[in-house]
Design a protein. Sequence first.
Length: 265
Amino acid sequence: MEAVHPFGPARLVPAFLQETPALSATDAIRSMPPTSATPKNQLLALLPARTRRDFIADCDRVELNSAQIVTQAGEQIRHVYFPLDGFMALIAGVDDGQRLEVGMVGQEGMLGVSVLLGVPVSPHVAVVQGAGAALRIATVPFQRQCNGNVRLRREFNRYAYVLMDQLARAVFCTHYHVVEARLARWLLMTRDRAHTLEFRLTHETLSVLLGARRAGVTRAAGALRRRRLIRYSRGHITILDERGLEAAACSCYAADLKIYAQVLS
């Protein structure tokens, strides 16, 4: 049985590894009234109508700009985000400045899972990879809502499990799978959330995303291009053969879809 993608459209502007300031109320976010209708966020859409309506009443609808840092590792989490048509990259780093993308959060989920555990501190840098709208709720009303509604907390806990699986799989994938297969997986994950087959990504950016040397990324992109799965020129990537790219991707891509379908569908 073919897995159904839980992701929807977003606008991709992948300049997210630039050094940009943290989000502010004036230049990084434009607040708008929330809506109580069924949202594009798939996690909130799983909730009963009344529960969802009560939860959204505590939210603001905001616009997130490309390349903006939403949370910094080790800093206090002030808001939990539910993307509607944009998505974010979760970046892990070490003291020597090396960085690696370990996950993505789009309209299938939420940013701020650690608040569920009573630890309102961000374990990762979260950067807007695909610009778009999100629902944002402050941590205090978020915790109050979760503590007062068993169904709400149960759905959010299930997503936390899915995200933890994704983070753990990123470690396995980086250690055991070749760069070509990991690049194919990353392009598919981005396609699912961005709803586009075209990206602007330099080899330098891809090397950070994949935790690989630039030369290895160049060889991997060249191999996918020779197989006519992608077109790549001067930082512009176009997926030419989606089925072929899925076959070229490592098993982690299918595993990500499977765990989502099993736990949250």
